[in-house]
Design a binder for this molecule. Structure first.
Ligand code: FAD
Length: 384
């Protein structure tokens, strides 16, 4: 019987799924089993849209459709915690399985605190995340740094520190992330600074770090983080939908080392990004936000801006209506409001038409707070 705390190698027994899956297909196998066994009534995952740079959300109720979602799309952040709110009427009271990266998981925890999500009804299947790449820069990066047309790429993956592309003729080409990022490409800037690489507040945390030996590339590493997660894996293995074995201890060691080196890298990016700000924080904030047109994308795209979103859009004694540049207090009020809950998902910055580095400001402020106050970013009073 599988228990909370177990470290496992797992893989799907469904050959069709195994072919499409990123590693061992355990995530898709478990989601399919959860739907078949009615442990959940719907699954919220991600599938390929017009091309592999286009990750689209998929709300699935038919287990046969899970196959469409297998595989990882590294150009999509697709913050699922934001989407769950869009689906709230349809999902109210239903048991839902959701695939979550660290940011998705933190978003759900914040929504639960605000009474928007009942975590008892949510099965969170976490995927480790070393970071994602924004789609438009990704296409430019592939053309410039790989000398390949982005339309010829049939698969992309991040492995052993490299962003690797595969073209239709079967050729692979990898470039180290360091090199890409030093030349202004690579992962989203908020992802570089993120330290929630293994989403341990989900029910399961699944990834490829630490899968070695004959299982390398063929199994998914699962860290069992809750009793709910343990129950699902136990039942899916008993029904022979997935195969499970204890993780190789050497693999566990390697995984810990990779996680630690990812944390060090995130610290390096924090140091680099935040030190640019610190001498002139308020001056830089004023300069950057002077471009703001008050389109409210930062509020609308924020997964946790509840319930004050409407209030922040209204004129106040400190923020006049119809003036440009926007009164500084608009941004200061928004930053103050989000300061206890910013999850560094980066969506405010990514969706800002004026390219204001909003996530940098709020992450810098949140990180400073973290050195004094509890709970830290990514932690919550909710735990498994
Ligand atoms: P599958 O059975 O193939 O299922 C994958 C699931 O992930 C599907 O349900 C799919 O809908 C969902 N998914 C795909 N793209 C996204 C997305 N953008 N956001 C949310 N859900 C998505 N593992 C590591 O060990 N190290 C890493 O550095 C790492 N980086 C990752 C970065 C990203 C952006 C993503 C999405 C995943 C990353 N993973 C990483 C996890 C890894 O790629 C596999 O998802 C995991 O090992 C599970 O493998 P599987 O074969 O069981 O998954």
């Amino acid at each position: 019987m599988v228990q909370k705390g177990d470290l496992l190698y797992a893989w799907t027994t469904d050959l069709g799924l195994a072919k499409k899956a990123e590693c061992g297909g355990a995530v898709s196998g478990l989601l399919k089993f959860a739907l078949e066994s009615r442990a959940v009534e719907a699954v919220l995952a991600v599938k390929k849209g017009v091309d592999l740079y286009d990750a689209v959300p998929a709300l699935i109720t038919d287990p046969a459709e899970i196959d469409q979602t297998a595989g990882s799309l590294h150009c999509g952040t697709l913050l699922l915690s934001k989407l769950i709110n869009n689906y709230v009427p349809a999902l109210k009271g239903k048991k839902v399985g959701i695939v979550v990266k660290g940011c998705d998981m933190m978003g759900l925890l914040e929504l639960a605190k605000r009474g928007q999500v009942n975590l008892d009804n949510v099965l969170m299947i976490g995927v480790n995340c070393g970071g994602s790449v924004s789609p438009v820069p990704a296409r430019k990066m592939i053309a410039e740094k790989y000398g390949v047309s982005p339309d010829d790429v049939v698969k992309e993956e991040i492995d052993k520190g490299q962003f690797i592309i595969q073209t239709a003729d079967g050729n692979h080409k990898g470039v180290f992330m360091d090199e890409l990022e030093d030349s202004g490409y690579g992962r989203r800037t908020n992802c570089r600074r993120c330290k929630v690489k293994i989403p341990r507040q989900a029910d399961l945390a699944c990834g490829n770090w630490g899968v070695i030996g004959d299982k390398a590339g063929k199994a998914t590493f699962i860290e069992v983080c809750s009793d709910k997660g343990a129950d699902l894996v136990t039942k899916a293995a008993a029904a022979k939908k997935i195969m499970v074995e204890p993780a190789n201890p050497k693999g566990v060691e390697i995984r810990a080392k990779v996680e630690s080196s990812m944390h060090k890298l995130a610290d390096k990016w924090r140091m680099r990004d935040f030190s640019m700000l610190s001498p002139h924080l308020w001056r830089d904030l004023e300069k950057e936000t002077s471009r703001c047109t008050k389109c409210y994308a930062c509020i609308d795209k924020c997964p946790v801006c509840f319930p004050a979103a409407d209030r922040l859009k209204k004129p106040s004694i400190m923020v006049r209506r119809g003036t440009l540049p926007v009164d500084q207090m608009f941004h200061l009020r928004r930053l103050a409001h989000i300061s206890d809950s910013c999850i560094n998902c980066g969506q405010c910055e990514e969706c800002c038409p004026m390219e204001i580095p909003l996530a940098l400001f709020s992450h810098a402020i949140r990180t400073e707070e973290d050195s004094f106050f509890e709970p830290k970013l990514g932690k919550s009073e909710y735990s498994n």
